[in-house]
Design a binder for this molecule. Structure first.
Ligand SMILES: Cc1cc2nc3c(=O)[nH]c(=O)nc-3n(C[C@H](O)[C@H](O)[C@H](O)COP(=O)(O)OP(=O)(O)OC[C@H]3O[C@@H](n4cnc5c(N)ncnc54)[C@H](O)[C@@H]3O)c2cc1C
Length: 429
């Protein structure tokens, strides 16, 4: 197939880094081709709320073309990139088309890492995509339906057991949201299921949950999780995941109908197929300017980038936003023939929520927990969401949830799993 006309700049990825880069490049008057395998930006931090019936998927997805309405220099292409030739400066789409670039920003984000543990990909749910979240929600609701008509037995208890692997923010937030579902929804919707039979186990290989926070906040989070009736297994590694649950390294078996994998991150697969140098977890190696090592004019930012001298930067939204912005500024500098500048991350703090009125936040030396941290968390996430409609929808859902204790989105809609249809980003990222 013939190569398309050469666009000057290609931005690959419509996540936090790509979105911010598009803003800067279009303001800089550049002609840009923006490519993503989906036609929307996903607000990943709220994915767990979609998975636990707190938000509808559309509330956290924002169409890329809406973002481009007032950005005439930018074109969008819906295409999954499957490879690339860094020497020829081209990308290859899943349809076999080549996209040429003079400047490239790779911002394809991360994906769940299974660390080669048997059964994880086949039997655990991960959370990297709205389809993942919807699949997990449908699965959980289906198991509750089955449990509701199954007499009390070990089989019913297994149906009602959720094992969440990974005590970072995603694991903790998912466990907390499930606990709220158990407390406020199960008694009214499933009167035949005693809520205490729904078991939530959080498995973490290290000796603390939310290990990147100050130890006082870790302890607070742990107490809050226990208050919500979540079983915490610290220092426990998963050896295998099967259709019937999880085997821990010591030999213990946790019978569970649902296993959620929130334990590791690697670069999305495409990072290793572009002909660019990669390092730890398959991430693209970039210099402090975010330019790819030995590839002038090619940049990477966000979760996919491994920055020389700053390898410990966390894979979080702020790093991606600031990195996307910086890479775009450096592309503009390169086009203007000016020297590139080094990226300096400004740490704005970190937050995690555990449940209603319970959250922790660490902003510089300020440490918050309880209701104040929770309200701060709500406000920050509302402000960060892309699109006025999405903010409004989320605000209404949260207000409804706060006042009624209800979670409104419990319809099982989506691929017919009984017919073998399924979806998971294990296969696509
Ligand atoms: C469940 C979850 C919860 C999180 N919670 C928080 C939080 O509370 N706070 C926080 O700061 N961070 C959080 N993070 C991390 C944060 O979301 C990431 O650091 C951030 O999204 C990284 O931005 P990015 O632009 O690098 O990549 P992403 O936002 O992941 O975007 C990557 C884009 O690339 C596209 N793409 C990938 N491969 C291809 C391909 N082959 N072809 C075409 N397009 C492709 C994807 O479709 C996607 O649109 C969370 C992450 C997850 C998964």
């Amino acid at each position: 197939m013939a190569a398309t006309a050469r666009p000057r700049i290609v931005v690959l990825g419509a996540g936090f880094a790509g979105l911010r880069a598009i803003r800067i490049l279009s303001r800089g008057g550049q002609r840009v081709l923006w490519v993503d395998g989906r036609n929307y930006h996903t607000f990943l931090p709220l994915l767990y709320q979609v998975a636990t019936a707190g938000l509808e998927p559309q509330a956290i997805a924002y169409p890329t073309r809406s973002f481009l309405r007032r950005r005439p220099g930018v074109d969008f292409r819906l295409a999954r990139i499957v490879g690339g030739d860094a020497g020829a400066r081209t990308l290859l789409t899943g349809d076999g088309e080549q996209i040429a670039y003079e400047y490239l920003l790779v911002a394809t984000g991360g994906a769940a890492a299974d660390f080669g543990i048997p059964g994880v990909r086949a039997h655990a749910f991960n959370l990297y995509d709205v389809e993942d979240a919807r699949a997990l929600r449908n699965h959980a609701l289906e198991l509750l339906e089955r449990a509701a008509v199954t007499p009390d037995s070990p089989a019913r208890r297994a149906l009602l057991t959720f094992v969440i692997v990974g005590g970072g923010p995603t694991g903790v937030e998912t466990a907390g949201a499930l606990a709220e579902f158990r407390r406020h929804v199960v008694p009214s919707d499933y009167p035949s299921i005693p809520p205490e039979q729904l078991r939530i186990v959080l498995v973490e290989a290290r000796d603390a949950v939310l290990g990147t926070f100050a130890s006082s906040l870790q302890l607070r989070a742990r107490r809050d999780l226990e208050h919500f009736g979540i079983e915490i297994r610290l220092g426990a590694s998963v050896a295998r995941v099967g259709p019937e649950g999880v085997d821990l390294a010591g030999g213990e078996h946790l019978a569970a109908g649902t296993v959620v994998w929130a334990a590791g991150i690697r670069a999305a697969d495409v990072a290793g197929r572009l002909g660019l140098p990669t390092g730890r977890s398959g991430r693209i190696r970039v210099a402090s300017t975010l330019e790819v090592v030995d590839h002038p004019g090619v940049f990477a930012a966000g979760d996919v980038a491994l920055v020389e001298g700053a390898e410990g930067l966390p894979q979080v939204a702020q790093v991606a936003i600031q990195g996307g912005s910086h890479a775009a500024e450096n592309i503009l500098r390169a086009i203007a023939g000016r020297p590139l500048e080094s990226f300096r991350y400004r740490d704005k703090g970190a937050m995690a929520t555990i449940g209603r009125s319970r959250a922790i936040a660490e902003i510089g030396r300020l440490r918050l927990s309880g209701p104040l941290a929770w309200w701060a968390w709500l406000l920050l996430h509302l402000v960060m969401l892309i699109g006025f409609r999405n903010r409004l929808v989320v605000l209404i859902d949260w207000a409804w949830n706060y006042v009624t204790y209800d979670r409104g989105l419990r319809a099982i809609i989506g691929p017919d799993r009984a017919a073998g249809e399924n979806y998971a980003s294990w296969e696509t990222r």
